[in-house]
Design a protein around this ligand. Sequence first.
Ligand SMILES: CC(C)(COP(=O)(O)OP(=O)(O)OC[C@H]1O[C@@H](n2cnc3c(N)ncnc32)[C@H](O)[C@@H]1OP(=O)(O)O)[C@@H](O)C(=O)NCCC(=O)NCCS
Length: 166
Amino acid sequence: MKGTRFGLRPTTEADTQLMREFTRDHWGADIVVAHGVVYHPHKLQGFVAEVGRGKWLGLATYHIENASCELVTLNSIQEGEGIGTALVQAVREAGSDSRCSRLWCVTTNDNFPALAFYQKRGFRKVAVYPGAVERARILKPSIPLWGIESVPIRDEIELELVIHRT
Ligand SMILES: CC(C)(COP(=O)(O)OP(=O)(O)OC[C@H]1O[C@@H](n2cnc3c(N)ncnc32)[C@H](O)[C@@H]1OP(=O)(O)O)[C@@H](O)C(=O)NCCC(=O)NCCS
């Protein structure tokens, strides 16, 4: 259904269980691994896109450290309606409010749609970590071997958006 009117709000402690289930559904476990770090997204700050109160259409989680805001997970389950863009914008503003100078994230070499999505929104590729996903599988064996269009998932790509505060 196109043109869904969704709302965005910060997650709260009451969302912990739903965040955990959402992460399991979309990332195959309740952890994600990026740059060698194991994250529990349900324990992070986040924003949820929902219809009414309770039907989740998207979730972003993030982690702020050293004036950097890392977008840890980003998922939209109703694509092409602005949900992903709105979630990124909300996390960007949260980073800016916390005086971060950059918003960054990691994706995998097979994820062409996400690479295009981020770059169209001003992110730049700033690093490639060959073999990083092979190492991440030691921490999270459920990471698939093949991804989008059956491309072997091997490397992590770091993307960054510089936050200019006004
Ligand atoms: C990447 C992802 C978050 C994008 O979410 P999304 O909700 O489809 O994002 P948007 O709708 O904001 O943008 C997607 C496209 O829809 C278009 N769009 C935005 N609002 C729209 C609207 N109201 N009506 C029609 N189209 C719209 C956008 O222009 C955009 O196209 P573009 O990238 O060519 O500019 C989503 O595809 C996803 O969850 N992927 C799987 C998980 C993943 O890979 N996460 C990121 C890597 S960790």
